[in-house]
Design a protein around this ligand. Structure first.
Ligand code: NAP
Length: 496
């Protein structure tokens, strides 16, 4: 049961201007520069954040390096790190409403979803890696008897983390928690339109007992603070979630600086494929609608291409359009809203630009396509469905990252696979069929990091999330994520 009274109490609370969090302290820019934080709910000024540059990044990297070398965290026994990370998970749970409402005011995600996906996932993630870290063993190689071959994993050092504005707490935690659990020190650069809840998370980490300097947050723009972090010669690893365009730049920055390892979790244009033998058309339509429109389509694994078999195309499309039209778009802090606000005026314009381009290319608008509730000052958009989309149109190739669904017909399994794989992306997919053999064939043939069968979008912290092709080269979540933040070391010991 959601506590609406508490949400109402928190939603108008003034937010003090925020500094960076460096070496355990709130630090303002030396030049006094700040960025305005506008709420996507109403376009009004919420507060300001510090607009960090290379000086603040230097301070944060130095603090992270000092803490790593001092061993206050990196040399702590895993069982000690576990206690602090689990305590942090408890604090996140205890502050769940505060964190969720703060995040929604900053980024516009609807509160029902934010409560689960943001503090809910963040707490589960810190608990998972905290609990795991004293259960991860090294290996002994099968060598000759006079040699002991020890294979171990240890922390790498200083980790830079750059995250996007959709689900900042969840995605931030997917990186920070395993990096910290492994004993590294971290500098986080959140998105400029979603920094507030992550700053609060870092304060809670101090309260949980994380030594100062182990988790630093520098706010600011990607072009300045993000670039300075990615180019820094004393950062050992860069873990990034965001768009392919910026991911490409980060690889360049690494090549121009110290060849730091760069792990990229990027976008998608995920196909959700409906065969005529799907077990339950209503359930499939509901999942297709939820799979693209939740969080206004601002989900990396959104099923933004709906591939429907020609035999059921019109009938299934009607189910989808009817459901899309029933969704209630409104204030993200109203629990009755199904969909909240688009994150920024810029993203809203981008979405509308794709609607115009789809029409120009000959796609047919079935529903939506416009900004709504503009009198509120907020950035709201109707759930939008296009039919008669062909695989080569921009709307079928490029990630919109908004509430826009492209419906594409197919004739048979072979064509479904061909269309599904015909983009540069390979993040997620869905397959709806009662035929187990077909489901397995599709799992084998579709190029995607995660494939849902007879559902769309489900997951938890126990399974990895990562992409193929231009959807990235790294995985968040599960024990596999620890591989990114640890260095593999061999000791070849002669005992003859
Ligand atoms: P974005 O524009 O690539 O930005 C991501 C982050 O990079 C932000 O913090 C941004 O800072 C920063 N940045 C921008 N320019 C930079 C530069 N030159 N150097 C270093 N950092 C820089 O992506 P977005 O619009 O925030 O997020 C949407 C994208 O993220 C979509 O493509 C989505 O699919 C992807 N995503 C992927 C996953 C996954 O798990 N695969 C999950 C969620 C989202 P600012 O604060 O200035 O923007």
């Amino acid at each position: 049961m959601i506590d609406t009274a508490l949400i109402n109490q928190l939603k108008n609370k003034p937010i003090e201007p925020r500094g960076h969090l460096i070496d355990g302290l709130s630090v303002l820019n030396e030049d006094g520069m700040t960025l305005d934080v506008l709420s996507p709910r109403d376009g009004r000024l919420l507060t300001t954040i510090a607009d960090g540059g290379s000086r603040e990044i230097d301070l944060a990297v130095n603090s992270a390096r000092r803490s790593f070398e001092a061993g206050s965290w990196s040399a702590m026994a895993p069982a000690g790190r576990k206690k602090i990370l689990v305590r942090l998970a408890e604090l996140i749970d205890a502050h769940a409403y505060e964190l969720a409402v703060l995040g929604v005011r900053d980024n516009g995600t609807e509160i029902n979803m934010a409560l689960k996906a943001e503090p809910g996932s963040a707490a589960a993630t810190f608990r998972y890696y905290g609990e795991a870290i004293d259960k991860v063993y090294g290996e002994i190689a099968p060598t000759a008897r006079d040699i002991v071959g020890l294979i171990s994993r240890g922390p790498v050092g200083v980790v830079g983390v750059i995250v996007p504005w959709n689900f900042p707490l969840m995605i931030g935690s997917w990186k920070i928690a395993p990096a910290l659990a492994a004993g590294n020190s971290v500098i986080l650069k959140p998105a400029e339109t979603a920094s507030l809840s992550l700053l609060r998370l870092a304060e809670l980490a101090l309260e949980a007992g994380l030594p100062k300097g182990v988790l630093n947050v520098v706010t600011g723009t990607g072009a300045v603070a993000g670039e300075a972090l990615a180019l820094h010669n004393d950062v050992d690893i860069l873990a990034f979630t965001g768009s392919g365009g910026i991911g490409r730049r980060l690889l360049e920055y690494s090549a121009r600086s110290n060849l730091k390892h760069v792990f990229l979790e990027l976008g998608g244009k995920s196909p959700n494929i409906i065969f005529p033998d799907m077990p339950d058309p209503d359930k499939a339509a509901a999942a297709a609608v939820n799979g693209i429109f939740r969080n206004s389509g601002q989900v990396c694994v959104s099923g933004s291409r709906l591939l429907v078999h020609r035999d059921i195309h019109d009938e299934f499309l009607s189910l989808v359009v009817a459901r899309a039209q029933k969704l209630r778009v409104g204030d993200p802090l109203d629990t009755a809203s199904d969909i909240g606000a688009v994150n920024s005026a810029e993203q809203l314009q981008k979405n509308l630009g794709y609607v115009a381009s789809a029409k120009r290319e000959g796609a047919v608008l079935c529903t939506g396509g416009a900004r709504i509730l503009s009198e509120s000052g907020g950035y709201f958009m109707q759930p939008t469905v296009f039919r008669n989309v062909s695989a080569e149109m921009r709307i079928a190739q490029e990630e919109v990252f908004g509430p826009v669904l492209s419906v594409i017909p197919f004739a048979d399994e072979e064509e479904a696979v061909r269309i599904a794989n015909a983009t540069n992306y390979g993040l997620a997919a869905g397959v709806w069929t009662a035929d187990l053999a077909r489901a397995h064939r599709m799992i084998g043939k579709i190029q995607a990091g995660v494939i849902h069968v007879n559902c769309y979008g489900g997951s938890d912290i126990t399974v990895p999330l990562g992409g193929m092709k231009q959807s990235g080269n790294g995985h968040d979540k599960s024990l596999h994520a620890l591989e990114k933040y640890t260095a593999l070391k061999t000791a070849w010991i002669n005992i003859a």
